[in-house]
Design a protein around this ligand. Structure first.
Ligand SMILES: C[S@@+](CC[C@H](N)C(=O)[O-])C[C@H]1O[C@@H](n2cnc3c(N)ncnc32)[C@H](O)[C@@H]1O
Length: 258
């Protein structure tokens, strides 16, 4: 884990929480290498105005309906920090933390961040090993990053771990791009009508309950994006056969068989 700037004291930062050792294998990640190369031109891309700025607005609107005054906001896959800069205006009292696997993207984020109380702390880390304390965040955000995860389960488990039980996760996901997000025929979106994808089921398995789903489709050159609002599911988990029945792992035809 590398701290791109200190940005003031944020006691949620906890390198010991990351399962990987500091400076772990994210340096070898092909995704990090790709974004390191893209970083110098990232903010001048035409996609910023055409897609990202509006998606961030949409996401932060949903976030502020969920929690108008969060104490701490984490942006996972924060890139060059654009969403966090908008979040600083919307949530002036919040501690802001940005995590990204790409040193290049974080370097740009740190350069464009002005000193002051609303300045985010930027951390270099893999989504699968977040250097953030348990239940330390009451608003967790992740936009246009989850389709880069090679395996969605470890990042979702980490998001659940760092999100407080009374907190929220706002996840803007581009469905049908990641290998794990393709349908059985391997051909694109799981559900083109709603934009929902396998991520919906994975969120449930990770311990989140989706409370709202909105589609964002204003940019013709980008896929329809699903913006999900989820809360940690704190209900006790059903055990044994009941859990298997509820999860669908045992179908109707199998009920009653020995
Ligand atoms: C398309 S950019 C989106 C950046 C930003 N969230 C936004 O909406 O403008 C995807 C970002 O996710 C980061 N990313 C991809 N995989 C990651 C991982 N496993 N852990 C942390 N960050 C990751 C990339 O480095 C990149 O900065």
């Amino acid at each position: 884990m590398h701290k791109a700037n200190d940005g003031g004291k944020v006691d949620a930062v906890d390198p010991a929480s990351a399962a990987a050792p500091p400076g772990g294998d994210h340096h070898a990640s092909p995704v990090a290498a790709r974004f390191d190369l893209w970083a110098p031109d990232y903010d001048s891309s035409v996609l910023q105005e055409a897609f990202y700025t509006r998606l961030h607005h949409h996401t932060l609107l949903l976030a502020s309906h969920a929690n108008p005054a969060p104490a701490r906001v984490l942006d996972l896959g924060c890139g060059t920090g654009r969403l966090l800069r908008a979040a600083a205006a919307r949530f002036p009292r919040a501690d802001l933390i940005g995590v990204d696997i790409s040193a290049g993207m974080l370097h740009r984020a740190a350069r464009t961040t002005v000193a002051g109380p609303g300045r985010p702390v930027y951390l270099q880390a893999d989504a699968a090993h977040l250097p953030v304390a348990d239940a330390a965040v009451d608003l967790t955000i992740c936009t246009a990053s989850s389709h880069h995860w090679p395996d969605p389960e470890p990042p979702l488990a980490q998001l659940r771990r760092v999100t407080a039980d009374d907190g929220y996760l706002i996840l803007a996901h581009l469905p049908g791009i990641a290998d794990w997000d393709l349908n059985a025929a391997g051909s694109g979106r799981t559900n083109p009508r709603t934009g929902t994808s396998r991520l919906t089921a994975l969120l449930g398995a990770a311990g989140f309950r989706i409370t709202k789903a909105a589609l964002y489709a204003e940019c013709p050159v980008m896929p329809t994006t699903v913006v999900l609002c989820a809360r940690p599911d704190t209900a006790p988990r059903p055990r044994g056969v009941i859990r298997l029945l509820r999860s669908g792992a045992i179908g109707d035809g199998q009920r009653g068989r020995t």
